[in-house]
Design a binder for this molecule. Structure first.
Ligand SMILES: [Zn+2]
Ligand SMILES: [Zn+2]
Length: 150
């Protein structure tokens, strides 16, 4: 299930739609991300973690990230790394549809801004409590919850 957000700047008219959560393709996305992470495509640290915990698992849930410096807004998979509570658990196919109750968080993944390299904030809900500024003109944007799908 996912949630869509729309961001709209009243001042300059900039708008952007964003999606959080996961769709029906979650297992496919997770499988692909896991392969990439093991190869080191998502950073040296994730590659090391998979070497240390071959039966580990990443969180492929889509999330919204916001850079407080340059105001970049991006959707990305969380990529937090989990290991099984039962250390003897074998890496199996069903790792791709893991029951997260059987896993513990090893390390949260830091999302760096693709533009300026700063650590981005995770925006769980786009509300007035966490205003998101317009990347074009800097005004606080209107945000609205748009739709959910599964
Ligand atoms: Zn930035
Ligand atoms: Zn604007």
């Amino acid at each position: 299930m996912g949630i869509g957000y729309s961001l709209f700047c009243k001042k300059c008219g900039y708008s952007r739609n964003l999606f959080a959560g996961c769709g029906m393709m979650y297992n496919e996305v997770l499988r692909k991300l896991t392969e990439e992470a093991k190869r080191g495509d998502h950073g040296e640290r994730l590659r090391e973690l998979f070497e240390q915990y071959p039966n580990g698992c990443i969180d492929a849930m889509n999330n919204i990230y916001y850079c407080p410096d340059c105001r970049t807004v991006e959707c990305d998979s969380r990529l937090d790394f989990y290991r099984p509570k039962d250390a003897s658990r074998e890496a199996e196919d069903d790792i791709f549809a893991p029951d997260m109750d059987e896993f513990v968080l090893v390390e949260a993944h830091g999302h760096l801004c693709p533009k300026c390299g700063r650590l981005m904030n995770e925006v769980m809900r786009l509300t007035e409590n966490e205003p998101v500024s317009c990347p074009v003109c800097g005004s606080v944007m209107e945000s609205g919850r748009m739709l959910m799908w599964d």
